[in-house]
Write a protein of this length. Structure first.
Length: 307
């Protein structure tokens, strides 16, 4: 059975000011790994290492938790305290190789070496198998689980792993660098410690393959294997970015009066700026990218919100 994981996408910078999307995501183990969500005793938007404001991603530095270390610490609590009583969590140790540069010796690739969770410690040089699998070809995970060496060639990773056969499909890694990633035309970069190129999508259209959902990646949208958690409907309380029905986004409860203001977040619909139409009381179709250049094809993407 596929189990849900937590994927923390770190974002910073400017974006849709009225939005506060939930970026802690319940996802399928087709993920290259799981990033532990750092609980702060508050809702996901206050999670250390995951800003909930959309915009241009940047590498996270040490994170300060002003709410203190929680009783139910889900990480190794090695935080130090500052004079004001806040806790500083040290950053992850650096990876042993650079996945963007692919600086491993000849015959090796910089990729996930495991074990979970996916972080800098799980990225290392691994041998490239003889006669490696190419882009779009079936591949095999060479370690138990979904994070580790695989049979894909340099610059590729075995994605969407079947938990029983340990087989998946080779997809490309993002190139360039974290600040300016690049993927083949028609794909979007999911900027994790192991950055993956995913099929780009429009959240207003249900065009992802069966079993996948159009997920907000921080600036673009990409098709990602859907988790098993039940989908939430319009204005219902949500906790994860991929928990809402297609055509909706999990965002802050102040976006609509119909949302439960005591909930973590709720499901709000996307809309088309050229043909604006929104349900609910007083909602208007607002630009999803008011301050940033939209990705191609998303120039008219809007989201319903109180003005």
């Amino acid at each position: 059975m596929r189990r849900a994981l937590l994927l923390a996408i770190t974002l910073a910078g400017c974006g849709p000011g009225f939005l506060d999307p939930i970026l802690t995501t319940g996802v399928d183990p087709s993920s290259p790994g799981e990033a532990t969500a750092l609980a702060t005793g508050g809702p996901p938007e206050t999670t250390s290492g995951a800003s909930s404001t959309p915009g241009s991603p940047s590498n996270p530095g040490p994170s300060t938790l002003t709410s203190g270390v929680p009783d139910d610490c889900t990480f190794v609590c090695t935080a130090t305290t500052t004079d004001d009583g806040s806790f500083i969590i040290p950053p992850d140790p650096p990876a042993s190789c650079d996945v963007w540069v692919q600086d491993c010796p000849t015959g090796e690739k910089c990729s996930a070496a495991g074990p979970p969770p996916l972080d800098g410690e799980s990225i290392a040089c691994t041998p490239i198998v003889s006669d490696p699998d190419q882009l779009g070809e079936p591949c095999q995970m060479l370690a138990e689980g979904y994070l580790g060496p695989d049979t894909c060639d340099l610059g590729l990773y075995c994605h969407d792993i079947d938990p029983f056969s340990q087989k998946g499909t080779c997809i490309p890694l993002c190139t360039g660098d974290f600040a300016a990633p690049s993927c083949p035309i028609g794909q979007a970069c999911l900027k994790l410690d192991l950055p993956l190129c995913l099929p780009a999508c429009d959240p207003r259209l249900d065009l992802c393959p069966a079993g996948e959902t159009c997920l907000w990646l921080g600036h673009e949208f990409g098709c990602w294997p859907a988790g098993e958690q039940p989908k939430k409907g319009l204005f219902e309380v949500c906790e994860y970015a991929d928990q809402c029905e297609d055509g909706q986004i999990c965002t802050n409860t102040g976006t609509a009066a119909e949302c439960d203001q005591d909930g973590v977040a709720c499901c709000i619909p996307f809309c088309d700026l050229e043909a604006p139409a929104c349900p609910g009381f007083g909602l208007a179709c607002e630009p999803f990218y008011p301050d940033n250049l939209p990705p191609p094809g998303l120039e008219h993407l809007g989201v319903c919100s109180l003005p």
